[in-house]
Design a protein around this ligand. Structure first.
Ligand code: NAD
Length: 421
């Protein structure tokens, strides 16, 4: 494994091993938690608009089921591979345990560039993939949600496909679906809102005013776009933003609202071609090393590695993406005194409100947006406080502190249930 081509699952296992060592986990439980419980690979045909048939490969991985049904997003991206899905499933287990919602972790993905498919092709792909993995899905078994490259419409297709098979509507089989068919108010913004809350909490601990913070965000989709907008709204100065089209920087602050409107109108939903006075077009690599107070990687894995960690100029990193920082980089950041709010905490807002959506769907009783946001905020802040206390008292990075709390909860559940038969 090199930092140029890290194996995502090896990284997830390395992070787990560190926590397992510190917790002195017994060998048996360590062996159980180190690998996913179930993995399904599917190769499935899709009729394309030109009349041809293409076969796509997809995965659904369930890491651990000891605390409840499994939960995790579905990713459409050309670089999806089984090890990435395994890692993302494991991280979901820790995330759900950390914020103490009654789920285990899962993840799914299809090797596809969704930008190159028509809406019709995407619908047929999604419905066939949902059918292939339907042997695992169900409100009491495994509940998907959106991730990179998927959105509320695709969740609607999955919900409809499963409902057609059953012969009745099953709203709680997916979360992140449109509100009109049982989605939760506040779900779309939940992950970005959680990221914003973490920035606010860190500012509070560092006795900094949020209006003095200069923020850089990598990724301008569901997580990065919402986080940038909400941070802008609470008075932070967003001095850098990037998406798949590259980076955009302005030391005086970017017009996030205008940029959001621009990318929403763009056929590829990117900032490609965006120009404004004082805005410099930079590379993604340069963006990560911009002078700022808070850096929010909210796009892909492995963005902060041993190669660029020595050059990061942010005082704080709040991880909107899953797995943006490699363990080598983590060590360098710790030595340099850069505070990292880890992914399993910082981006947990999405799964928290997914949990609310599932509960609302099961009860057929829907909450108003203020209820959703208030409950989200209470859980995020209480969890931040808990992790912060462990980190302070044991002099540990926040990631390690979060892992100690999460892994112990899952290990306790597994041990209490025992090994069957
Ligand atoms: P998205 O598809 O909505 O947005 C992804 C963004 O990243 C887009 O703006 C895209 O242009 C940009 N991007 C792609 N390649 C890039 C590159 N090379 N450099 C810079 N930017 C690039 O995805 P999302 O849902 O916002 O997910 C982003 C990350 O957050 C992923 O790691 C995902 O697993 C994680 N996450 C998402 C949620 C959620 O609720 N959506 C919850 C928790 C974690």
């Amino acid at each position: 494994m090199t930092s140029e081509h890290p194996n995502t699952f090896a990284i997830a296992q390395q992070q787990f091993d560190l926590a397992a060592d510190l917790l002195n986990l017994p060998q048996g439980i360590r062996a159980i938690l180190r690998v996913p419980q179930r993995e399904l690979t599917v190769n499935f045909p899709v009729k394309m608009d030109d009349g041809s048939t293409r076969v796509f490969t997809g995965y659904r991985v369930q890491h651990n089921l000891s605390r409840g049904p499994v939960k995790g997003g579905i990713r459409y991206h050309p670089n999806v591979d089984i090890d990435e899905v395994r890692a993302l499933a494991m991280w979901m287990t820790w995330k759900c345990a950390l914020v103490n919602i009654p789920y285990g972790g899962a993840k799914g993905g299809v090797i596809v560039n969704p930008q190159l498919l028509s809406m019709g092709e995407l619908e047929r792909l999604t419905r066939r993939f949902a059918t292939e993995i339907s042997i695992l899905l169900g409100p009491e078994r495994d509940i998907p949600a959106p991730d990179m490259g998927t959105n509320a419409q695709m969740m609607a297709w999955i919900m409809d496909t499963i409902s057609m098979h059953r012969g009745y509507t099953v709203p709680a089989v997916v979360t992140g679906k449109p509100v009109i068919i049982g989605g939760s108010l506040g779900r779309m913004e939940a992950t970005g809102r959680g990221v914003m809350l973490m920035v606010r909490e860190v500012a509070h601990r560092m006795q900094r005013n949020v209006t003095d913070l200069r923020v850089v965000v990598q990724g301008f989709g569901n997580v990065g776009g919402t986080a940038a907008l909400l941070l802008d709204q609470i008075g932070c100065r967003v001095v850098g933003l990037a998406d798949a089209s590259g980076g955009y920087a302005c030391p005086h602050g970017l017009d996030v609202t205008a940029m959001r409107a621009f990318s929403e109108q763009h056929p590829t939903h990117t900032l490609e071609g965006y120009t404004a006075s004082g805005v410099q077009h930079i590379s993604n690599a340069e963006l990560l090393e911009l002078d700022c107070d808070v850096l929010i990687p909210a796009a892909l894995e492995h963005q902060i590695t041993s190669a660029n960690a020595p050059h990061i100029r942010a005082a704080v990193i709040v991880e909107g993406a899953n797995g943006p920082t490699t363990p080598d980089a983590d060590q360098i950041l710790t030595e340099r005194g850069i505070l990292v709010v880890p992914d399993i905490l910082a981006n947990a807002g999405g799964v928290i409100v997914s949990y609310f959506e599932w509960v609302q769907g099961l009860q057929e009783f829907f909450w108003d947006e203020r209820d959703v946001n208030d409950r989200l905020e209470r859980i995020m802040i209480a969890t931040f406080e808990h992790v912060w206390q462990i980190a302070q008292t044991r002099n540990l990075p926040m990631r390690t502190a979060a892992y100690l709390l999460a892994v112990q909860r899952v290990a306790d559940a597994d041990q209490t249930r025992g090994v069957y038969p």
